[in-house]
Ligand binder design. Structure first.
Ligand code: SF4
Length: 72
């Protein structure tokens, strides 16, 4: 898999922080307790996908570099 893009749907995020636990270099909770994306390239793609799957709200969207949705 080539470079992937990661986005967080702020309307869905409830600030549980699973994603931060999985990939603290990629996700961080902001002052509204919503996850923001830091540096997706700092971990491998499998870790990114695992972090996305750890989100109970499916708020983490993973796309390939052509915009095709990989998850969820
Ligand atoms: S795991 Fe999902 S709900 Fe929890 S902080 Fe991350 S994006 Fe938000």
């Amino acid at each position: 898999m080539d470079a992937v893009r990661v986005r967080v749907d702020r309307d869905l995020c409830i600030g549980v922080g699973n994603c931060v636990a999985y990939a603290p270099t990629v996700f961080e909770l902001d002052e509204e307790n919503k996850a923001v994306v830091l540096d997706p390239a700092s971990v491998d793609d499998d870790t990114l996908l695992e972090a996305a799957k750890s989100c109970p709200e499916s708020a983490i969207l993973v796309e390939d570099d052509e915009g095709n949705q990989l998850y969820p």
